[in-house]
Design a protein around this ligand. Sequence first.
Ligand SMILES: *[C@@H]1O[C@H](CO)[C@@H](O)[C@H](O)[C@H]1NC(C)=O
Ligand SMILES: *[C@@H]1O[C@H](CO)[C@@H](O)[C@H](O)[C@H]1NC(C)=O
Ligand SMILES: *[C@@H]1O[C@H](CO)[C@@H](O)[C@H](O)[C@H]1NC(C)=O
Length: 467
Amino acid sequence: MVADGEETLILDLLLKNSILSFFLVLGVSVLMVKSKTFGGNGVLYPIIGFVLCVAFIYLSFGDLWMNIHVDTAKLSFVERNGTQFIVDGRPFYFNGWNSYWMMDHAADEFRRGKVREMLQTGARMGLTVCRTWAFNDGEYNALQITPGRFDERVFRALDYVIAESRRYGIRLMLCLVNNLQAYGGKTQYVKWAWEEGVGLSSSNDSFFYDPSIRRYFKHYVKTVLTRRNTLTGVEYRDDPTIFGWELINEPRCMTDKSGDTLQDWIEEMSTFIKEIDRNHLLTVGLEGFYGPKSPKRLTVNPEIWASDVGTDFIRNSKISTVDFASVHIYPDHWTHNPDFEYKLKFVAKWMISHIEDGDKELKKPVMFTEFGLSTENADFSPAQRERFYKVILDIMYKSAVKNKSGAGSLVWQFLVEGMEESNDDFGIIPWKRQSTYRLFTEQSCKLARVQGALSTQINYLRKLCSL
Ligand SMILES: *[C@@H]1O[C@H](CO)[C@@H](O)[C@H](O)[C@H]1NC(C)=O
Ligand SMILES: *[C@@H]1O[C@H](CO)[C@@H](O)[C@H](O)[C@H]1NC(C)=O
Ligand SMILES: *[C@@H]1O[C@H](CO)[C@@H](O)[C@H](O)[C@H]1NC(C)=O
């Protein structure tokens, strides 16, 4: 199903052409010999042969041209007009996915092929946005080894991920740090400050309020945003392949339930990013819980604890330097109720509530940046997971049809074969199950019928959706 890359595709094409050419030439020769032997019309057969040849060359080069066209189509920045994203002057609603592991895999020669395989598969599924980590603090294949020290080899891996995405017309949501411990996260920053004797506290929440750690993070952000890609020559902040920046994956600040600490951090960091980069849109990376400043919305939260984690979807997303809101969808982790039908109802209510916030309160787009159903549920089945996905994709589609703020959904998470070590209880290899694959490709086609295809998508969609 998946070729190694565009080169393979073109090679394939040339090989097929050679084989076909051989038979064509053979066919024409036989016809000419026959026409001589039997004294038939000596002119007609070569003419038929010639017409076939021309038709054939047109078809092959038409194909080749399309592939090259995909590679060089001009990309523009994603913009915002009120509650909608805009690409090339038109509203942009999207179907996309998460592959957090791309930079890490691209850093090792023997695993780099997975990145291209995934991006190519995504493009063929008509997907247009991929969310991935632009950080790895202090772990294996660390981008930032210690504060301010970067591994050029890993930076080149991120260069590669961006350049490859460009090639397949995929835009990247790049996340800048983790609240969780995977790939370092805020805990690693706190450890660094502690080791250098400048840390104020050993609490991992000091990531948000310790002035030394804020300086570390700003230095990191500035280095990434002003990085000049060694493969394309374009600085990250000037590269339209990047959809936008996400400050932090799933922030929580349990030690300040009022939410003031996190609010202050978001204000400072988003302002800092805007000073460096005026091209790209920016979001926080929230899970979407309502906090004490949004009392009317508290009943939408999955459970009581959710208003006590130091975040508030509306207050945090309202900050003027935050361009759009982000929400995750994980009923398995968030509620104690194991009933699947209950979870579906929660998901619908959760999404509709946040889309309404986007339209009425925030007047900004809302992106569902992660959603998944766990294989660890007692009653788990792939068919059940498809029902879960479908509820989400359908609400997204309705939002697109009605020009609402629900702007796109990114499934957590897609992998390719042979990388179990990067999987969790949510990962899927999209082409392993036809019905799941079709669910996502149909969403791509439905969205394209509403808003038209992007220039970068058109050739993939032509094959996929009979546009
Ligand atoms: C922006 O939105 C307004 C109203 O929502 C609309 O009238 C206008 O045409 C939009 N502009 C673009 C460039 O889409
Ligand atoms: C933060 O620290 C607390 C207390 O030490 C710990 O329980 C928690 O797992 C840590 N969280 C993260 C995301 O590192
Ligand atoms: C949504 O917006 C598009 C383009 O801006 C417009 O053509 C379409 O009629 C709108 N649909 C609705 C239901 O308002």
